[in-house]
Design a protein around this ligand. Structure first.
Ligand SMILES: *[C@@H]1O[C@H](CO)[C@@H](O)[C@H](O)[C@H]1NC(C)=O
Ligand SMILES: *[C@@H]1O[C@H](CO)[C@@H](O)[C@H](O)[C@H]1NC(C)=O
Ligand SMILES: *[C@@H]1O[C@H](CO)[C@@H](O)[C@H](O)[C@H]1NC(C)=O
Ligand SMILES: *[C@@H]1O[C@H](CO)[C@@H](O)[C@H](O)[C@H]1NC(C)=O
Ligand SMILES: *[C@@H]1O[C@H](CO)[C@@H](O)[C@H](O)[C@H]1NC(C)=O
Ligand SMILES: *[C@@H]1O[C@H](CO)[C@@H](O)[C@H](O)[C@H]1NC(C)=O
Ligand SMILES: *[C@@H]1O[C@H](CO)[C@@H](O)[C@H](O)[C@H]1NC(C)=O
Length: 768
């Protein structure tokens, strides 16, 4: 280091000294564990390293939160910023980062995806049929835990636990090993990272269980979506009734509880706990991870993000990691969990809705959506707009949005209240109305939510309307001195068209961390999904809601993520030797761009959706089983990618020993990804891809669909494969031929073998 750098560092050190000497849990990432060392040796090493900055081994022992010793090498400890900074100077340290809190990205769907036929089995040659329903694949779920009594985890007729399984069921409050079985084969909980941030966990105050048991419902819903067994006659209050099942009904489930009740900062699932769970899950023998949680933008870099680090070590061990894209849409650039070694999942609707008709005094009627259990008598009641019935201390915005405590009981009692969707939870607006004495709620979308209707198990009779219908509702209220409305009982409607439609809440690209990687990768069902639930909570989770349900209908990329995890489990069962990248490629290159009307998939505002909404499109599991070609990538490819992003060689060597970054750094666009993104195309650019033949001998011809503004060519444009496993490399050249437009343009590269294989890669290019 030269003297200038030293000077800069000393200034930084002084600044740190002055402004932040508070202690907080931090994660010290030391790369990967090497073979030949024991856990004890690693823990001793971690304590010594920690002692070198905190002053003594005794203090180090006290400050240590976790020591990661299986696959991830590192520890979590309570440190001052200055001590953390001291550690970053040690070349053995890959990174030091805050223990941040992430949050949760809160059965008909399998049939909709073409896996199931009318008798509930897989049609012949479907992925369900060929993978034997994902037999014996072990799905590790990082979430709020599990409700083991749910029938989705019954082990009737299931074979012995796979011999390779090394996991266990940890006891705690209301949970012990007898809650596990041949279906639910592992259950652990990790809370030290949460406690390091929030103080000792108080079970009484939180109502949560200090054990793998799920108090929230989210973890039970997600894991049963990925791998739940067939449960006949499942429904929520009779809605969505039928046989509930996960994507891979014959898989095994291991629950890793890492999320706890929301703290004052909104954090629930802390990096230190996530890393501990992933390090343990890899050692336990999990075959894939499903993680329906994450953060919003700004995204931390890859070595300051517990999910990205843990996922890297998972894929190094051949274990795919599927994550939710987040629910911060439709804002551009909102997508989370963007590491290229993760499969990032957006959310879209299925062909099922729950209609609750709204009729107004002017005889207009609208199809709203609801899962309200309570019904109003089938007649008209007085109707008010919440904006007109706010109490004296609420602002107009607060009453318009039906914030808690914003309505005047004297003006609301006995009436149906029209509220605007947004900012607060939809079901909590119903609670506001109910507590003020209202008898029903009509929830109107703001323009940004367009036609997206989410059916919720409201705690009073309620119906949600599209933005257009909502505008008509408010206009009607204004048009008359005594508005009235009739709220019809909700019912389940199947074969809805169009579907899928992208959910407006689904987080969108471009990728704010690495713009040259397309994220999300794919979309799957995430709107109004029925799956198992925890019986320690109510369907809304609201105070005053005392209902208990075995199944619940909820929405989010949290719900689409385990759908993709289910598909990954099936592909793992069918192709046990495929790498995580090969599985992702199979899913991405076979995705569908059309909805069930045969037209391009749209968003909630009826615009045609694109790669920043859905990546490559809607998952098509049966096609993914036989993709023809795959764009494979190894852990080394990801390290090369990180070299190109200016992660230092010293950092990368902590992960991969003798790894050396090449003299000419690779460009991000060159990572062998199944999609192509060029965020800054200023002049002609050629990038390289390699495909591996995973089917029989065949010849593929390339076609390009390029938008106006660029010309794209492929060389060679014909690839001959004489056998399975053969690899071929080709080049794609992008030439801008129009001035910058300030926005991305999209196209696709398609390889066809003239038979059934169509290998499609979307591309996104920003000419600048
Ligand atoms: C596990 O919990 C069940 C139910 O509370 C109890 O009957 C059983 O004895 C416990 N088993 C063990 C090994 O503690
Ligand atoms: C835990 O919470 C309960 C209820 O809020 C309270 O009475 C109790 O004192 C708390 N325990 C501790 C150790 O703080
Ligand atoms: C609504 O329909 C009823 C019955 O058909 C009719 O009597 C009434 O006049 C109509 N009201 C309006 C505002 O059109
Ligand atoms: C004022 O607002 C609070 C909630 O912010 C509510 O609890 C209170 O009842 C309101 N006051 C009146 C007069 O409605
Ligand atoms: C209804 O009237 C209120 C003011 O009285 C106005 O702010 C609002 O825009 C009107 N809404 C419609 C849909 O006309
Ligand atoms: C990496 O560093 C080089 C040289 O400092 C710089 O030109 C390049 O933009 C950096 N790349 C990224 C992705 O930060
Ligand atoms: C795009 O590339 C040009 C030329 O390489 C460079 O000058 C410019 O800074 C880049 N813009 C961005 C946003 O990276």
């Amino acid at each position: 280091m030269n003297s200038l750098t030293w000077a800069v560092l000393s200034i930084l050190l002084v600044t740190y000294h002055v402004s932040h000497d508070a202690q907080a849990a931090k994660i010290v990432y030391l790369g990967g564990c090497q073979k030949g060392y024991t856990s004890e040796q690693y823990t001793t090493y971690h304590r010594e390293l920690l002692a070198s900055v905190v002053g003594s081994l005794a203090l180090a022992k006290e400050r240590l939160v976790y020591s990661y010793t299986n696959h991830i090498n590192g520890f979590a400890a309570v440190l001052t910023d200055e001590q953390a900074y001291e550690l970053t100077k040690n070349p053995a340290v890959t990174s030091v980062f805050e223990n941040r809190g992430h949050y949760l990205h809160t059965t008909e769907s399998w049939k909709f995806l073409g896996l199931e036929d009318s008798d509930g089995d897989g049609p012949p040659e479907s992925l369900w049929d060929e993978s034997k329903l994902g037999a014996d694949v072990i799905i590790g779920s990082l979430d709020t835990g599990i409700w083991p009594e749910s029938l989705s985890y019954n082990d009737h007729g299931i074979g012995p636990i796979p011999a390779k399984w090394k996991g266990t069921c940890v006891s705690g409050t209301a949970f012990n090993a007898s809650n596990c079985n041949r279906k639910l084969i592992g259950a652990r909980f990790f809370i030290k990272g949460y406690e390091a941030q929030n103080g000792p966990f108080n079970e009484t105050a939180s109502g949560d269980f200090l054990s793998p048991r799920d108090k929230d419902g989210h973890g039970t819903h997600t894991s049963s979506t990925a791998g739940g067994r067939f449960v006949k006659r499942a429904s929520l209050f009779g809605f969505a009734s039928g046989t509930a099942k996960g994507g891979a009904p014959s898989s095994r489930i291991a629950a890793y509880k890492v999320c706890w009740p929301t703290d004052s900062t909104g954090g629930q699932c802390y990096d230190a706990d996530i890393l501990a769970a992933l390090d343990q899950g890899i050692a336990d023998g999990v075959d894939l991870f499903t993680i329906s949680l994450g953060s919003g933008v700004p995204l931390p870099n890859y070595f300051a993000d517990g999910i990205a680090i843990g996922a890297f070590h998972a894929i190094e061990n051949g274990i795919p990691v599927v994550c939710s894209a987040g629910n911060d849409g439709p804002a551009p650039g909102s997508v989370a969990n963007v590491a290229p070694w993760i499969l990032t999942v957006a959310a879209s609707s299925i062909d099922r809705t729950f209609i609750s008709k709204v009729a107004l005094g002017n005889n207009a009627t609208y199809d709203g959506e609801s899962l309200s259990q309570d019904k109003l008598p089938n007649r008209y009641f007085p109707l008010v707009s919440s904006a007109d019935v706010g109490n004296s201390n609420a602002s107009l915005q607060e009453s318009t949005l039906c914030f808690a405590g914003s309505l005047d009981p004297q003006k609301v009692a006995g009436k149906i209240v029209a509220c605007l969707r947004g900012v607060t939870a939809r079901v909590s607006k119903g609670l506001t109305v109910k507590l003020a004495g209202g008898i029903g709620m009509i929830l109107a979308n703001p323009p940004a939510s367009g036609n997206e209707l989410i059916a919720d198990p409201h705690i009073l009779p309620a119906s949600q309307l599209t933005a257009q219908d909502g505008a008509a509702l408010f206009a009607y209220i204004n048009s008359t001195s005594s508005p009235i409305a009739l709220l019809g009982a909700a019912s389940t409607i199947l074969n809805v068209k169009p579907a899928p439609v992208m959910a407006s809440f689904s987080s969108q690209g471009p990728n704010s961390l690495t713009p040259d990687i397309l994220k999300p990768d794919i979309t799957g069902p995430g709107v109004n999904i029925l799956a198992a639930y925890a019986e320690a909570t109510s369907p809304t989770g609201l105070p005053f809601d005392t209902r208990v349900v075995k199944f619940n209908v909820i929405s989010g990329t949290s719900m689409s993520c385990p759908h993709l995890a289910g598909v990954v489990a099936l592909l793992k069962a069918l192709h046990p030797t495929w790498s995580p990248a090969a599985i992702r490629s199979a899913i991405v290159t076979t995705a569908s761009l059309l909805d069930n009307t045969g037209n391009p998939i749209t968003d909630a505002s009826q615009n045609i959706a694109g790669p920043f909404n859905y990546g490559a499109g809607q998952v098509n599991p049966n096609k993914a089983a036989d993709p023809g070609l795959v764009y494979d990538a190894s852990p080394i490819d990801y390290l090369l990618f990180l070299c190109g992003l200016n992660y230092t060689q010293t950092q990368l060597q902590t992960i991969a020993g003798t790894f050396v970054c090449p003299a000419v750094l690779p460009t991000t666009s060159d990572l062998n990804y199944p999609s192509i993104t060029i965020s800054n195309l200023t002049t002609k650019l050629t990038i390289t891809r390699t495909v591996t033949n995973v089917a029989r001998k065949s010849t593929y011809i390339a076609t390009i669909e390029a938008p106006v503004g660029i010309s794209v060519s492929v060389y060679p444009s014909r690839l001959e494969f004489s056998k399975k496993g053969q690899q071929k490399t080709f080049q794609i050249t992008f030439t801008p031929n129009s001035p910058p437009s300030g926005s991305y343009i999209f196209g696709q590269l398609i390889w066809k073998d003239g038979h059934r294989h169509v290998v499609r890669s979307p591309f996104a290019v920003n000419i600048s």
